[in-house]
Write a protein that binds this ligand. Structure first.
Ligand code: 5AD
Ligand code: SF4
Length: 475
């Protein structure tokens, strides 16, 4: 069977390269006239997929001659890469952009760009058009690769640009990437989602599933490993359906199998897996692999079968538990984490209690828990039986209490053991202590030295609390 072509043409990427060149020349001229280089500041909200997209925006901005800075005040280019998953993320983006108005008043040279999931929604586009006149360029998740040509058009013509073309949803290969970390990297293996969970905005703002070709992914990872990257996270909204859209016979387990053949000292993580199609084959491949981290992030969302059905998750708790049991049978040491939503419309007290029971049965190492946030245009937002904010908060407190106890018990089991930890460097909150992550993603604090950063260390765990492990280096 012929492989489907879902990739943006080489000619289109070449065209964007030319625009990058043109802007670079303008920016060089600016430097010659003003004695300083133009600077770009990129603000990223939301998930790892957005972080990965921002590294591409940053790569393109660098190639266009901007110095990347981490404060907006001095920037000539501000890019806000937005998120739409919950209302809070949208409000944050709007309030931050509101603050940039003052920077623009001081510096008319400043261009403000908004992109990402929030600005694909028609009501938000209209909002920004009317209420944020200082936003110069807006483009959606399908048009990331067009950033150079849109910026060039704005520089030449001066008019505001609102670019949106959902027909363009495709895979862009060959964009420059400026990675934020020199030993940890994101690699998208697929984009978009076909699942339409009834609470979720993602399928509406990121389009249908499209996978990168296996050889492209393997090539990128080989290059990363060869240049010293130690921890690589494969990204996709539902990695378990990797490859299906390409119409070929390989799947995500085959991709992991191929990646694992790459020689070197590195770990591969992946997220996110959908329980409806997390296969035994995938778990089998992980269990015999050398480099795939023993960590499974498997969003459960709720413990009640009725709620799961209304969420359109297409599994029940029994099926979910079956996957967990198989993971533990094949990899007893595997860390299992999850996402949980509390206060989904119509969730009764008893159904919420089923989520608590499920936590006690599964015993996750850690969960990411979310208060349900209605998203305009999704079926769940239209449901009549919305839960009050107070009740949602009450459920959240209860959920955290149950999970925190379980997390603490798991962490305490680590005391006395020696674990392999990738050192992230000096801890952000306490600059006399170093921190790192175990294979399963648990944070560990220890006395380290500068040269430990980016290295795997053996740490003997001496103490544990709910959120972290504490230990000492072992030679
Ligand atoms: N409200 C609350 N949480 C949500 N998530 C997705 N959509 C919503 C929403 N509308 C959560 C899910 C998902 C995680 C990334 O975000 O748990 O797995
Ligand atoms: Fe949203 Fe469900 Fe797709 Fe995840 S699988 S991105 S929760 S629709």
């Amino acid at each position: 069977m012929a492989e489907k072509n879902n990739t943006i043409s080489v000619e289109e990427i070449e065209k964007q390269n030319k625009y990058m060149e043109l802007i670079r020349k303008e920016n060089d001229l600016f430097e010659a006239e003003n004695g300083v280089r133009r600077r770009a500041f990129i603000l990223t909200l939301g998930c790892q997929q957005n972080e990965a997209d921002s590294e591409k925006l940053s790569g393109m901005a660098s190639k266009m001659g901007y110095d990347i800075v981490y404060e907006p005040d001095e920037a000539s280019l501000i890019i806000v890469n937005t998120c739409a998953i919950r209302e809070h993320a949208e409000q944050r983006a709007l309030s931050l952009v509101g603050q940039y108005k003052h920077i623009k008043a001081r510096n008319p040279d400043l261009k403000i760009v908004m992109c990402g999931c929030m600005v694909v929604q028609e009501h938000r586009i209209q909002d920004i058009k009317m209420k944020y006149p200082y936003v110069d360029i807006l483009f959606g998740t399908s048009s990331l690769h067009r950033f150079p040509s849109l910026l060039y058009e704005k520089m030449e013509k001066g008019k505001r640009i609102f670019y949106r073309d959902e027909k363009e949803y495709a895979v862009a290969e060959g964009l420059p990437i400026r990675r934020e970390n020199r030993f940890k990297a994101w690699v998208s293996v697929m984009y978009g989602c076909n699942n339409f969970c009834s609470y979720c905005i993602v399928p509406y703002v990121r389009g249908r599933e499209r996978s990168r070709k296996m050889e492209e992914v393997v090539k990128e990872i080989r290059e990363l490993v060869n240049s010293g990257y130690k921890d690589i996270t494969l990204l996709g909204q539902n990695v378990n359906s990797y490859g299906k859209d390409l119409g070929l016979s390989y799947d995500f387990a085959d991709l992991l199998f191929e990646i694992d053949k790459i020689d070197g000292d590195y770990l591969i993580h992946f997220m996110t897996s959908h329980p409806k199609d997390a296969s035994k084959k995938l778990i089998d491949v992980m269990s015999v692999s050398k480099h795939i981290a023993r960590h499974f992030h498997l969003p459960m969302q709720a413990g009640s079968d009725r709620v799961l059905k209304v969420m359109n998750r297409r599994y029940d708790f029994e099926k979910y538990m079956g996957i967990v049991e198989y993971i533990r049978e094949k990899m007893p040491e595997c860390v299992i984490t999850s996402d949980i939503i509390v206060g989904f419309p119509s969730e009764s007290d008893d159904e919420f209690e089923m989520t608590l029971d499920a936590l006690k049965k599964v015993r996750f190492d850690m969960i990411y828990s979310f208060i349900y946030s209605p998203r305009k245009g999704t079926p769940a937002a239209e449901m009549e039986e919305q839960i009050s904010t107070d009740e949602k908060k009450r459920r959240m407190d209860k959920l955290l209490k149950v999970q925190n106890e379980i997390s603490l018990e798991h962490n305490k089991e680590m005391v006395g053991k020696t674990v392999r930890v990738l050192c992230d460097g000096l801890s952000k909150n306490n600059d006399s202590v170093y921190s790192g992550r175990t294979e399963g993603g648990k944070i560990v604090f220890f006395d380290g030295e500068l040269c430990d950063t980016g290295r795997f260390l053996n740490i003997k765990i001496e103490r544990a609390d709910t959120f972290a492990l504490y230990g000492n280096k072992i030679d």
